[in-house]
Design a protein. Structure first.
Length: 620
């Protein structure tokens, strides 16, 4: 806490220092690492965190129970047959070839079944006319299979695709699609008939310079009922002048690899304000987004992290501290990441952040943050203290056990419907060249799966999670949602230069759940930013009810979009005692005594939600 107080006091002074100097001041000499000087040298990229088990604590009876959940990759049999192309397969010349693409669970046709949108990439040498890889939209056939409808939908765009996010920017009742690129981004207007129109120019989203756009999220930062748009930027990269591995030389563990990001100019994040007439205005500088320097931004997640009713923006940055843009409620933001304790490693080091997820893992009513990081480091877990501050729980929670693999997509999700958020991390090395090393972690890696022990700790259950978890792939973006409508949460993963994965959750547990879909009226139509609270007693005699909170959000994980329907596991609860929705407009809707195992569609200000029993697919 002494270190946090020092950083907080420093942030309140008029003294402006380079980030590396701040770290030098705030970190004892014996803890300073070569990473702190990488901004000057940037030639050797490595992280050497030690594997640390959690300290002894109270035993959880959950550890003695079977996992009862298996994740099976059914991508091939489901018809997800498009290989994501991204960079060279054995060697990369530039860092641009390493980041990969995101994916969305996205009900584009409003039929109640999740479809899948896969972002695609490019290669330096280009492609012959007619053979260019494109993004892919797969329509859910409601029988466990998907049909590629990309061309019919008008989404067959090519280029260095990066991330995607969903939101109804013009409030017409059809959720639209935004895709980021190295180059020009694309806003696809959903026409409501299964087709899309690229309205990027019409909406005022054309960029005057070459940008490496990365993660994105729709949000209503000024709560005017219209979705604004945040677009992270990674590196200000010009391939004509960018250094090559040999010119540095740039190495990783002695292996020549693509240079950066240290030593390369960071990109500037962008905030677009929705004008309410189908167009956007760039307010990045005016809003204070550009006052944060030194970012190499990748994953983005939005949530009200200080419980003041206004959305904040958390950004995972590569090779530097994470950014937490606190909403100042006047159209501006301020980065409080370091002073809030949600930006660095447990011992105060900058990390190479990739993906980010938000959820209340300890069920205290505050939304916590988990972040994936580079190989040789732990992933991060920041517990929200509820007062605008966070505590790093990485080691206490048990996430410090794993340091070998490199994390990208990540998600809090309740895999077994017990009402406690578990955690999945999609891994894959950034450099294909490590395949030649006998000592370094492989390029294709398995996932990490953690079970919530309900006492603030996680148990690594990777080996028990099924073949979809233990199979090795070069994963990047991943998204979470119930594509077969059977009441548990599945996972879709976009990989590099191989087919995607569709991890079907097969659960033995007979536990209850509800899903909540929101429709804004005064608030934005998609309901992004709505905070949903669910209260239910697991058994009638329970002293404490099971209380959960979550928010509807656009973007998240790594470059990806989760199901916009919120899912709440209820264990053995037979009735939902309370469903409360706090809308961005300030409206609060409450409903009591709801049946379980149903989807509730709630329109803002309605007297009663629409209740629907989902007819899930019967598994073979």
């Amino acid at each position: 806490m002494n270190r946090r107080r020092f950083l907080q006091s420093l942030s309140r002074t008029a003294l402006v220092l380079p980030f590396s100097d701040v770290l030098q001041l705030a970190t004892p000499p014996w803890k300073r690492t070569p990473l702190m000087q990488q901004a000057q040298s940037g030639m050797e990229r490595s992280y050497e965190a030690k594997q640390v088990p959690p300290p002894p604590g109270p035993h959880s009876p959950i550890e003695a129970t079977p996992l009862g959940v298996q994740f099976i990759d059914v991508a091939t049999q489901s018809g997800l047959n498009s290989k994501t192309i991204y960079g060279g397969e054995g060697k990369n010349k530039y860092l641009l070839e390493t980041t990969g693409c995101g994916v969305a669970f996205y009900d584009y046709d409003n039929d109640g079944w999740l479809d899948i949108f896969l972002v695609n990439g490019w290669r330096l040498e280009g492609f012959a006319k007619g053979q260019e890889p494109t993004c892919h939209l797969f329509r859910n056939n409601r029988d466990g299979t998907f049909t590629d409808v990309t061309a019919k939908a008008g989404l067959a765009r090519s280029g260095w695709g990066q991330g995607c996010c969903i939101g109804d920017y013009n409030n017409d009742g059809h959720d639209d699609l935004f895709v980021t690129y190295y180059g020009q981004n694309a806003l696809f207007h959903n026409n409501g008939d299964g087709t899309f129109t690229d309205v990027s120019a019409k909406a005022g989203l054309m960029q005057s310079k070459q940008r490496w756009n990365s993660g994105c999220a729709f949000l209503d930062y000024d709560r005017d009922g219209h979705l604004d748009l945040f677009v992270a930027n990674y590196i200000d990269l010009d391939l004509k002048t960018a250094p090559t591995p040999e010119s540095g030389p740039c190495t990783y563990k002695g292996i020549l690899v693509a240079c950066g990001p240290p030593g390369l100019a960071p990109g500037k994040n962008i905030l677009y304000h929705n004008n309410g007439n189908g167009t956007f205005t760039d307010v990045s500088e005016k809003s204070g987004i550009w006052t944060t320097t030194g970012n190499y931004a990748l994953g983005v997640a939005v949530a009200d992290l200080d419980n003041d009713g206004w959305p904040d923006i958390y950004v995972a940055n590569d090779s530097t501290s994470a950014t937490l843009y606190q909403n100042q409620k006047d159209g501006t933001f301020r980065d409080i990441g370091i002073e809030a304790g949600a930006a660095l490693s447990p011992d105060g080091k900058p990390q190479a952040g990739m993906g980010v997820t938000i959820g209340d893992y300890n069920r205290d009513g505050n939304l916590d943050v988990a972040k994936t990081n580079f190989a040789g480091d732990t992933d991060s877990l920041y517990k929200n203290l509820g007062d605008g501050n966070f505590e790093d729980e990485t080691y206490l929670s048990g996430l410090g056990l794993n340091t070998r693999y490199l994390g990208w997509g990540i998600g809090f999700f309740d895999m077994d419907n017990d009402g406690w958020l578990d955690l999945l991390v999609a891994n894959g090395h950034v450099y294909p060249e490590v395949s030649t090393s006998k000592t370094e972690a492989p390029y294709a890696e398995h996932k990490y799966l953690y079970r919530n022990l309900r006492n603030g700790r996680y148990e690594d259950v990777t080996s028990k999670g099924g073949s979809g978890i233990t199979a090795t792939v070069p994963a990047r973006g991943c998204a979470f949602g119930d594509y077969d409508n059977d009441g548990d949460v599945d996972v879709v993963v976009n990989c590099v230069n191989v087919l995607p994965q569709l991890l079907r959750c097969d659960s033995e547990w007979k536990r209850n759940w509800i899903k909540v879909k929101v429709i804004g009226t005064k608030s934005n139509r998609t309901g992004i930013g709505a905070r949903v609270k669910v209260v239910a007693k697991t058994v009638p005699e329970a002293q404490q009810p099971l209380l959960q909170v979550d928010e509807v959000r656009s973007g998240g994980s790594y470059y990806s979009q989760n199901d916009l329907r919120l899912h709440f596991g209820l264990d053995q609860a037979k009735i939902v005692d309370l469903l409360e929705i706090r809308w961005p407009s300030g409206q609060v809707d409450t409903f009591k005594n709801l049946e379980v195992n149903r989807l509730y569609t709630v329109e803002e200000g309605s007297k009663m939600p629409k209740s629907e029993v989902l007819q899930g697919i019967i598994k073979a």
